[in-house]
Ligand binder design. Structure first.
Ligand code: SGN
Ligand code: CA
Length: 538
């Protein structure tokens, strides 16, 4: 080859390297679709997330493979189910020597960084820079584990994570390379602690109740009834609803601090703001002496207002980053992705939390903006998954997708060119049991046509839902003869997917290194807990 040819190749490859898109991957924790205006929420105030949807594509059916935090993140990083990547539940320890998409992007010349919630226990690998919360992290005055040791920063976690992410973007990265930033927020995770700027945002509103707030769990298998995530029975006044207890009420785990565990971490000034906001609400509650359904309704309102306020804190900070992308002109060549590690119950079935294969926690939001590639204001109803994120990012960056990744790039869908053989059914497998929340392990399949088959394998119970007729999943039709052929077809699809994804012995415990095995001393002490007040957290 001549020198000239070599030079030309060098110029062309440099030009394409410079053109490769940046990837801003915004991930929040426990954000339900109904907590986003763009998804049709009549109550969520999310102007900046709505902007991403308006300027990009909104996915109606992005589904997770296992609806809890650590496992979801492990899937996102590896493009693999949890029985393959070894992280089935929140007490697992991530094998950080395994292949992940950040490592592959880094190798291909990307600058990579993760800031915020991580929850995988081992140190991040494949990142040029990282600063992550220990375990669940803290809403107020958070600690971080960084490349250079521990850091403690005063402030509200959503603001602090954003400050750090922007510092990396502005000052620390190598600007000659494209970037991939995992900007991973803690909010709106339990206990939904609003930041100073959002306190009182929903004070004058009444949030509509879901139709099944008072579900009696008739018509379903026994697990739904045996849950421990009821707003009525399991949402605590002190810790979840931040209320000082009265004598005789200190019976909740973690109770004792004036307003739950986070309060103990706050500065006097932060506490004063909380007291000014909550004191009158507490006083009115005590005076009203609510009972039965009225008490549940009151708890639901307070829960939702706190939850939505933490969402608003995420949204405001997303706005800061979007504005910076505009100012610098980087918006043009940056893929902005907004998603969450799973969905969440906002009172549906009487619940908070997630875990179930029911719609609210199976689905997670997905908004993607990519100027010039993704059509602004578009909406998609295909079945995509957090399993596909790694493959899609690699594809967008022009990096080969390893054969052993189990998802599929949805880049063609982003371009408006859905492949003919795109999946028509999604496979799910949840493991963590019994604590917290007592959700029986299950696997199942959910089809594009709106049917869902679930197997709770410990008790060998099945559910079948026809989402077209029963979108709220109130009545399983598993024993209904009219659905016999649908049931057969779902069973066959599920078995095919178990073979495809190598989950052929699905009732056996999956491979896992536990947090305790990996680090006996830290595991025993409950390393990385967000709160000081004796509460068991994972
Ligand atoms: C904590 C929460 C649970 C929650 C898990 C997992 N309890 O244990 O309600 O389900 O985290 O959440 S708390 O009172 O300590 O907040 S996950 O998103 O990290 O999987
Ligand atoms: Ca989560």
């Amino acid at each position: 080859m001549t020198r000239l040819a070599l030079l030309l190749i060098a110029i062309v490859s440099f030009a394409s390297a410079a053109d490769r898109p940046n990837i801003l991957f915004i991930f929040s924790d426990d954000h339900a679709l109904k907590g986003i205006g763009a998804y049709g929420s009549s109550f969520a105030k999310t102007p900046n997330l709505d902007r991403i949807a308006r300027e990009g594509m909104l996915f109606r059916h992005c589904m997770v493979t296992n609806s809890i935090c650590g496992p979801s993140r492990a899937t996102v990083l590896t493009g693999k189910y949890n029985h393959v990547n070894g992280f089935p539940d929140n007490s697992s320890f991530f094998d950080n020597t395994q292949q992940t998409y950040p490592k592959l992007l880094q190798k291909a010349g990307y600058q990579t960084c993760v800031i915020g919630k991580w929850h995988l226990e081992s140190d991040p690998t494949g990142f040029d820079q990282w600063a992550v919360l220990p375990g669940q992290g803290s809403y107020y005055n958070p600690d971080f584990i960084t490349k250079n040791g521990k850091e403690h920063i005063e402030g509200y976690v959503s603001d602090v994570i954003t400050d750090k992410a922007m510092k990396w973007l502005k000052e620390e990265r190598d600007q000659s390379k494209p970037f991939m930033l995992c900007y991973w927020q803690k909010a709106p995770h339990r206990e939904w602690s609003p930041g100073p700027q959002e306190l009182g945002l929903y004070d004058n509103e009444t949030i509509p109740e879901p139709p099944n707030l008072f579900d009696d769990y008739e018509g379903r298998a026994s697990p739904a009834r045996n849950h421990e995530m009821g707003i009525n029975q399991h949402m605590t006044l002190n810790s979840d609803l931040k209320m000082p207890l009265q004598p005789g009420e200190a019976d909740e785990p973690g109770s004792g601090a004036k307003r739950g565990g986070w309060y103990a971490r706050m500065t006097d000034a932060q506490r004063a703001l909380w007291d000014a906001h909550y004191n009158p609400i507490d006083a009115a509650f005590r005076k009203a002496n609510l009972q039965g359904k009225d008490l549940v309704r009151w708890k639901y309102q307070r829960y939702m207002k706190d939850y939505l306020s933490t969402v608003a804190g995420v949204d405001r900070n997303v706005g800061r980053v979007l504005a910076w992308l505009d100012e610098t002109g980087l918006a043009k060549n940056t893929i902005v992705v907004y998603s969450s590690d799973q969905g969440f119950y906002l009172g549906e079935h009487g619940w908070f939390d997630k875990r179930w294969m029911y719609e609210e926690s199976l689905h997670t939001p997905l908004l993607v903006r990519w100027p010039g590639v993704v059509k602004a204001g578009s909406e998609n109803k295909d079945l995509v998954s957090t399993l596909d994120f790694a493959e899609t990012f690699l594809d967008a960056a022009g990096v080969a997708i390893p054969e052993d990744m189990q998802g599929r790039s949805f880049l063609p869908i982003l371009k408006g060119e859905k492949p003919k053989d795109w999946r028509t059914a999604h496979y799910y497998h949840y493991y963590e049991y019994p604590q917290p929340h007592h959700v029986a392990p299950h696997y199942g399949v959910r089809t594009e046509t709106g049917y869902k088959l679930i197997h709770y394998y410990q008790s060998d119970e099945w559910e079948l839902f026809d989402l077209n007729k029963d979108p709220n999943e109130m009545k399983s039709v598993i024993a209904d003869a009219d659905y016999a052929s649908i049931k057969e077809s779902l069973l066959a699809q599920m078995k095919d997917l178990q073979v495809k994804f190598k989950d052929t012995n699905p009732t056996a415990p999956p491979p896992k290194v536990s947090r305790k095995q990996a680090n006996p001393a830290a595991g025993a002490k409950g390393k990385g807990k967000g709160k000081g007040k004796g509460k068991s957290k994972d």
